[in-house]
Design a protein around this ligand. Structure first.
Ligand SMILES: Nc1ncnc2c1ncn2[C@@H]1O[C@H](COP(=O)(O)OP(=O)(O)OP(=O)(O)O)[C@@H](O)[C@H]1O
Ligand SMILES: [Mg+2]
Length: 465
């Protein structure tokens, strides 16, 4: 760790000495200042890891200076420099938050050691804070697994926004945990003793979605032989989870907008307006901005929903969470199936970590569940997993017919297959943009172009119309 160190002393010789020791012997940055007022200004402007300060200075004494520093930058480590006569004051300073004191005259080694210790302590303190936060979040959301930076920041955000009543829009590919996050927000909110109601906009036929959502009055349409409450009514004072909001037709979008804006709605066939108190959370795996551009989604509704936005990363972008998730799922399905399976072979884990997982956590969950059912030993091995895994995008150029070819031909066939699949995959991901695909793959554009030509791959078919 490279630190930034500020040294404050009214003796200019002392400053020169310090600066020389620090820059000669370490890679830390050293800034010196003899005027306490200017030093305070510096501290207000930029962060420092360590601040060395003299105890006796003309304008402001070291203790007052220490208190100021601690107020402006509580995380800075302050070290007091003192002459023999003032050790008692130095001890007082440590009580007021100084990390250590050193007595003048001092040896070079003493300064270097103090710097090293202070920085080690800072790293430790930082790690502790991160660890504590992660542990607390994991305790708070035991169902949401993930300790990598992507999930950690999601868990933190859930905590931050749960108590507000702001509308939330959760975007993410299928199976990334959108519903899980919606439920976690509800359970952390003050509404957690009220209902969490889900409406899945894909599962309900268009004709009845309005009456499902808003309810209807007797006689509103054929078959409406009595009054029926809608899901909105059920969600009163609780949370309404609008799942797959991108599938809602435009007529319903307008009605939903009114509900969001005014908290009002009309049951089908009714003349009376009803009002409700609901916290809305919406989710979608569609690109709403694209739908807006295509005129399929109302822009005003989008902004009304996206007050607080969550973007759940796909599993392939947080592979570091795969081992933890896998173990969690093994334990879960082992228990459900009354089996004693505790582990997975390291090679199998490597396969799981390398896959693309287009179906994200849900796909991983299905694979593990099936493996647990098929598994006859205490450990999931490659045999169990491989019979079950659908051919991976990465390995499908390698099938058993390969072994019937002589080695050289087999190798060429696999390499050729690999070229095709790899290039098609990166072009697909970059919508046929060769420059971007080359950049992603770390290849020269010309090289990629040449291989594409050799393989007869055209970028056109990957361009979106
Ligand atoms: N971080 C996670 N930790 C543990 N389980 C997870 C996590 N993310 C997702 N899951 C599990 O994966 C499955 C899919 O999650 P969920 O239904 O929340 O995804 P989704 O984003 O709503 O998917 P879809 O778009 O297909 O509806 C669930 O069984 C859920 O419990
Ligand atoms: Mg879902």
């Amino acid at each position: 760790m490279h630190g930034k160190i500020l040294v404050v002393d009214d003796e200019k010789d002392m400053l020169t000495l310090f600066k020389r020791i620090i820059t000669e012997k370490t890679k830390h940055e050293a800034i010196t200042e003899y005027d306490t007022a200017k030093a305070i200004e510096l501290i207000t402007r930029e962060p420092f890891n360590i601040v060395f300060t003299d105890l006796k200075m003309p304008k402001m004494d070291g203790i007052a200076f220490l208190e100021k520093v601690k107020k402006i930058q509580p995380s800075a480590t302050v070290i007091i420099m003192t002459a023999y006569g003032t050790i008692e004051t130095a001890v007082e300073a440590t009580r007021k938050g100084a990390f250590d004191y050193i007595t003048k005259p001092f040896r070079k080694e003493r300064i270097l050691l103090t710097i090293r210790r202070a920085l080690e302590w800072q790293t430790l303190r930082h790690e502790n804070v991160v660890l504590r936060e992660t542990l607390e979040q994991q305790k708070m959301f035991p169902s949401i697994i993930g300790s990598g930076p992507g999930m950690t920041s999601i868990l933190k955000k859930i905590q931050q926004v749960a108590k507000s009543t702001a509308t939330i829009l959760i975007q993410g590919e299928s199976g990334t945990g959108k519903e899980l996050v919606a439920k976690a927000i509800h359970s952390e909110s003050d509404r957690n003793n009220k209902p969490f109601v889900t409406i899945d906009c894909t599962a309900i036929p268009v004709q009845i979605i309005e009456s499902e959502l808003f309810g209807h009055e007797k006689g509103a349409f054929t078959g409406a032989w009595k009054d029926k409450k809608g899901l909105v009514d059920e969600a009163h004072e609780g949370t309404l989870f609008l799942d797959e909001i991108g599938e809602l037709n435009t007529a319903m979008q307008a009605k939903l907008l009114r509900l969001l804006q005014e908290g009002e709605y009309k049951p089908v066939g009714s003349l009376h307006i009803k009002s409700v108190d609901i916290r809305f959370i919406a989710a979608t795996n569609r690109d709403l901005r694209k739908l807006i551009a295509q005129g399929q989604f109302r822009e005003d509704l989008f902004y009304r929903l996206d007050v607080i936005g969550f973007h759940l990363p796909p599993l392939r972008e947080r592979r570091e969470d795969i081992p933890l998730l896998t173990h969690h799922l093994i334990a879960k399905y082992s228990k459900l199936n009354n089996k004693q399976i505790r582990d997975i072979e390291p090679e199998v884990m490597a396969i799981l970590m390398a896959r693309q997982w287009p179906g994200n956590v849900r796909e991983l969950e299905n694979v593990i569940e099936r493996s647990i059912i098929m598994c006859t030993s205490g450990q999931i091995g490659a045999d169990v997993l491989m019979t079950d895994l659908p051919p991976s995008k990465l390995s499908s150029c390698f099938d058993e017919t390969i072994f019937r070819l002589p080695f050289k031909e087999a190798k060429e066939a696999v390499i050729q297959g690999f070229h095709r699949q790899y290039i098609q995959a990166i072009l697909q991901e970059n919508q046929g943009n060769i420059s971007r695909a080359a950049q992603q793959a770390g290849l020269q554009r010309q090289y990629l172009h040449r291989v594409m030509k050799d393989e007869g791959i055209s970028a056109e078919s990957f361009k979106e119309n």
